[in-house]
Design a binder for this molecule. Structure first.
Ligand code: TRP
Length: 387
């Protein structure tokens, strides 16, 4: 299965979960937060909660200010514990099966910020069996290559090697399997069927898998032999796993993990556009500056008007404009600058070409740095793998 297929599958999963809403975006390009929150049963991140976070972090990450991270479970409880001196750890992950694109980086950039601000440990899971089990033709040999490649991208984001532990399911199996079995014993086939849309024809590995994804949420508690609160930053599609995890961990004597959820970065083709060939739907961390320029110019869905004349007169629509959305969700931290771009585009003062140029430059400045750090990361992999 290629990258496009896997994206379609993932998108399909989310579509199914938020029944009726085709994407987390409505047609106008605005996120229907209330609908999302209701369908998933997560809690909205209210201003009061942001103030509370700010108390400890001094400033708020733009992904919080802009509600890119828009929902949570038990975050208040987690902060209460933190205030009492009961520090939490972070847990997130990536199932290796292909290259990393900008959308993958979004929750990890935020996770790195959380690690810095709270000075906490991060457990990063690479469930190398997940895609192997879920994708028909994928072999472990190929997965191994992606595990390594994906690790480079994670390390390149600057996580603290002293506080960050990579766990690879098949490599750390002797530490994880017993705990996964304790989880699995509390999950019935019908629970898995309902949560993940599996059925009698699904392979038994895929039915078991969610038990492995639950393990890092309490593994540090086992290793340190005391209960430690856990916070999981993740994209909203992973919520079914952690809903199950939260049901089960208290039955095993551990805390329910808290979580904080973000939206997906939309594909280049746009919030309503059709996807073209797999290579064109996303920007990968290894793309060259030329490639980025070509992809944005050729494929980034534009909220501009058909003619320059009309655009100058009526203005563009940044809400559906992919270049603008990439700035808002990932690349322009400065609210004032973003506001100015939004205003100039909406009033027609800024053309689509100008907006695209800003986004291309931002992405390329980021990727130039990222690719350097990614190269340096080759020597650091061992430091990050849990021993
Ligand atoms: N299932 C995730 C994926 O498909 C990988 C993953 C494992 C994960 N543990 C996680 C993601 C914790 C977010 C948080 O990539």
């Amino acid at each position: 299965m290629n990258v496009l297929d896997s994206f379609k599958k993932l998108a399909g999963l989310v579509f199914r979960m938020i029944k009726g809403v085709v994407t987390p975006w409505t047609v106008e390009g605005e996120v229907d937060y209330d609908r999302l929150i209701k369908e998933f049963g997560v809690s909205k991140i209210e201003d009061k909660l942001l103030d509370r976070i700010k108390k400890y972090t001094k400033e708020l990450h733009f992904m919080l200010r802009r509600r890119i991270f828009f929902a949570h479970r038990d975050l208040k409880w987690l902060l209460d514990e933190y205030e009492k001196g009961n520090k939490f750890f972070l847990y997130t992950g990536r199932a290796p099966s292909g290259p990393i694109h900008l959308g993958h980086l979004m929750p990890w950039i935020f996770t790195k910020w959380l690690q810095d601000k709270f000075g906490v440990e991060l457990w990063f899971q690479f469930p190398d069996e997940e895609k192997f089990l879920f994708k028909k033709d994928l072999e472990f040999k190929e997965v191994d290559n992606w595990t390594r490649e994906n690790m480079l991208d994670v390390i390149a984001l600057g996580f603290d090697p002293k506080k960050t532990h990579f766990i690879i399911d098949t490599k750390h199996a002797s530490m994880m399997y017993r705990e996964a079995c304790r989880v699995a014993k509390k999950i019935t086939f019908s629970m898995v069927k309902a949560s993940f849309g599996l059925d009698e024809s699904s392979n038994v590995g895929s039915i078991f898998y969610t038990s492995m994804q639950a393990v890092p949420a309490f593994l540090p508690s086992i290793l340190k032999q005391k209960n430690i609160p856990c916070l999981i930053p993740h994209a909203i599609d992973q919520d079914p796993h952690f809903r199950l995890t939260r049901d089960i961990l208290p039955k095993l004597g551990y805390y329910k993990p808290a979580s904080i959820q973000c939206l997906f970065l939309p594909p280049l083709s746009g919030v309503s556009g059709k996807m073209s060939s797999s290579k064109e739907y996303a920007i990968y961390t290894t793309d060259s500056a030329e490639e980025v320029k070509r992809k944005i110019n050729k494929y980034a869905f534009s909220g501009g008007r058909d003619t320059l004349e009309e655009h100058k007169k009526k203005g563009g629509n940044p809400d559906v404009d992919i270049s603008f959305q990439y700035l808002r969700m990932l690349f322009e931290e400065d609210d004032k600058k973003l506001e100015r771009i939004e205003k100039d585009y909406r009033t027609g003062k800024m053309t689509t070409g100008e907006l695209k140029k800003i986004t291309i430059d931002k992405i390329n400045v980021f990727l130039e740095q990222h690719q350097k750090k990614r190269k340096l990361a080759e020597k650091k992999i061992n430091e990050f793998i849990y021993k």
